[in-house]
Design a protein. Structure first.
Length: 126
């Protein structure tokens, strides 16, 4: 079978930022109380975020993400599509980054190289 033989999976559920927070917290085997101690945010507030009873603000997301040692986007944008795994010599053992990092300097260098290769050679005078 090839990949063309498979049908794309339908989304059965969506995640909220609060649910994403809960998943990350539980994967790290932290209780709400332990996370509250690390962040200075009340345990009742963390419970309210996870249950959807209270909205997470950007400042709180940053504080929680730092305490959980994840990028804030993991909590804030749980439905963001994942990037495809990196290929080539820079690939790190099958691990991929969920959020691709822009590398404008590398792109600019590649464009300049391609542009130079397309230019016709200059004729010598004389």
């Amino acid at each position: 079978m090839t990949t063309a033989d498979y049908v794309a999976e339908k989304r059965h559920a969506t995640l909220t930022p609060g649910q994403s927070l809960q998943i990350v917290r539980e994967l790290q085997e932290l209780t709400q109380s332990e996370l509250a101690r690390r962040t200075g945010i009340a345990q009742s507030a963390i419970s309210a975020f996870e249950s959807g009873g209270q909205e997470l603000g950007l400042k709180r997301i940053k504080v929680l993400a730092e305490a959980l040692r994840v990028h804030p986007a993991v909590i804030a944008f749980p439905e963001y599509p994942q990037a495809k795994p990196a290929k080539g010599p820079r690939a790190s053992g099958g691990v991929h980054h969920m959020y691709p990092v822009a590398r404008p300097a590398a792109k600019a260098a590649k464009k300049a190289t391609v542009k130079a290769a397309k230019r016709p050679a200059k004729k010598r005078a004389g």
